[in-house]
Design a protein around this ligand. Structure first.
Ligand SMILES: O=C1C[C@@](O)(C(=O)O)C[C@@H](O)[C@@H]1O
Length: 251
């Protein structure tokens, strides 16, 4: 599988890389969480800006990102605005979403950006190109907090995402049954065999926890862990996750 760099982190090779989300509502909370997270030295930090109360205030967004970057002392930063349509915290007109994402890219506020693949295709294509031009790594994503599509559909999602020009493709879905979890894992194995980009595949909730620890076996290149605050159901605390990833290493 092709590997992709986010800052100094090589994604798509070896153990899945650990990302820890920041979910603070205020700059104070964001920096408090960041300070705690830095102590655990994950591979990446994800700032979930849909949790940030001042996200629509451009100057606040820029200044908070700058202090956050300093606080992270060199750790790679991914910025994500998860829209309400895909399980995020804040309902905004979609135009505002494009505007916020554009600010992050143009101001180079992070090393990587999450772009929701199923927003307006022309806008997403434009933002992917812009991010590449500004040298941000692009993760295109699809989330479904209700259920897990059938295996053929997951394959179609990954294939379509791989053709978008993005660097990494991510799918996070909610299982209703054990078979849903297996289908996600199978679709991930099959997709990694034919697609030339790192994939991230997450089955959420307690039923899906296995997908968060077994990425090296099934072909998922990144996993999201918690330091106190979770950003999605089923996330495992970073210390536990580290032990499990180590145990499941393929020699
Ligand atoms: O896309 C993802 C994955 C995620 O939803 C999870 O299930 O761990 C957590 C989100 O913060 C992140 O943006």
């Amino acid at each position: 599988m092709k590997t992709v760099r986010i800052k100094d982190v090589s994604v798509g090779q070896g153990q899945p890389k650990i990302a820890v989300p920041i979910t603070g509502a205020t700059q104070f909370e964001i920096l408090q969480q960041a300070k705690k997270i830095v102590k655990y030295q994950p591979d990446l930090v994800e700032w979930r800006i849909d949790f940030f109360q001042k996200v629509t205030d451009k100057q606040q967004l820029i200044s908070t990102a700058k202090v956050l970057k300093e606080c992270l002392a060199g750790l790679a930063l991914l910025i994500t605005f998860r829209t309400a349509a895909e399980g995020g915290q804040l309902k905004l007109p979609v135009e505002k979403y494009y505007e916020i994402v554009q600010t992050i890219i143009e101001q180079r506020l992070s090393d990587a950006i999450d772009l929701e693949f199923y927003r307006n295709p022309a806008q997403i294509t434009r933002l992917i190109s812009l991010a590449k031009k500004e040298e941000l790594t692009v993760i295109v994503s699809y989330h479904n907090f209700q259920n897990t599509p059938i295996k053929e559909e997951i394959l179609k999602h990954f294939t379509a995402m791989s053709q978008s020009g993005a660097d990494i493709a991510k799918i996070a879905v909610m299982p209703q049954t054990k078979v849903d979890v297996v289908n996600l894992l199978t679709a991930t194995i099959q997709s990694t065999a034919v697609l030339d980009l790192p994939l991230i595949a997450i089955s959420m909730g307690s039923l899906g926890k296995i997908s968060r620890v077994a990425g090296e076996v099934f072909g998922s290149a990144m996993t999201f862990a918690s330091v106190e605050a979770e950003s999605a159901p089923g996330q495992i605390s970073i210390n536990t996750l580290r032990k499990m990833l180590k145990e499941l290493r393929i020699e």
